[in-house]
Design a protein around this ligand. Structure first.
Ligand code: FES
Length: 170
């Protein structure tokens, strides 16, 4: 992210006030708590647009590049608006050799979307992620907090349909 001038006008002032209150409540070195602050910011705003990243950087006395580096490193942070169900396909080595690329391709095709973009119905955002440490379950797909292991391409439709309201979600 290129260092830009912070433009607060695009950010909801009421939500910024809540974020400020959270930052003020932190004890100790606030810069060390960047990840907590970003979690709180994402919880409040739904995602972390660049202006919000700059706001956090300014509030903590960090560079925008440092904050953006953290945001882009961790898959649980979203720079763009996301669907109700964030669907993550692990592309770590163990998952990849077990066909995660086919699982990802099928998921994107079924939802009619591209990686990192919201599905047309606004329900899903599909991401590829690094190893989540559940390699014994490869290939692994997560939908929000729910983990699906040993996923076969033929199961994707059934799994997604649970979240489309066609069947009860687990
Ligand atoms: S490689 Fe997918 S969980 Fe480890």
């Amino acid at each position: 992210m290129r260092e830009k001038i912070l433009d607060r006008s695009t950010l909801d002032t009421a939500l910024l006030a809540r974020l400020d209150a959270y930052i003020d409540s932190l004890k100790g070195d606030k810069q060390e708590q960047l990840i907590h602050v970003l979690h709180k910011a994402q919880e409040l705003f739904g995602h972390l647009p660049h202006n919000l990243q700059l706001y956090v950087a300014h509030a903590l006395g960090l560079s925008g590049a440092r904050v953006n580096g953290v945001v882009t490193f961790y898959s649980f942070f979203n720079e763009e608006p996301v669907g109700k169900y964030v669907t993550s396909v692990c592309m770590g080595t163990a998952c990849f050799v077990k066909g995660a690329d086919k699982v990802l391709e099928r998921t994107l095709n079924l939802l009619g979307t591209k990686k990192g973009e919201m599905s047309p119905d606004g329900l899903f955002t599909v991401k590829d992620i690094r190893c989540i440490g559940a390699c014994g379950l490869a290939p692994v797909v997560t939908i929000n907090e729910k983990v699906y292991g040993k996923v076969k391409v033929g199961q994707i439709d059934d799994i997604l349909s649970r979240y489309r309201g066609e069947k009860r979600a687990d």
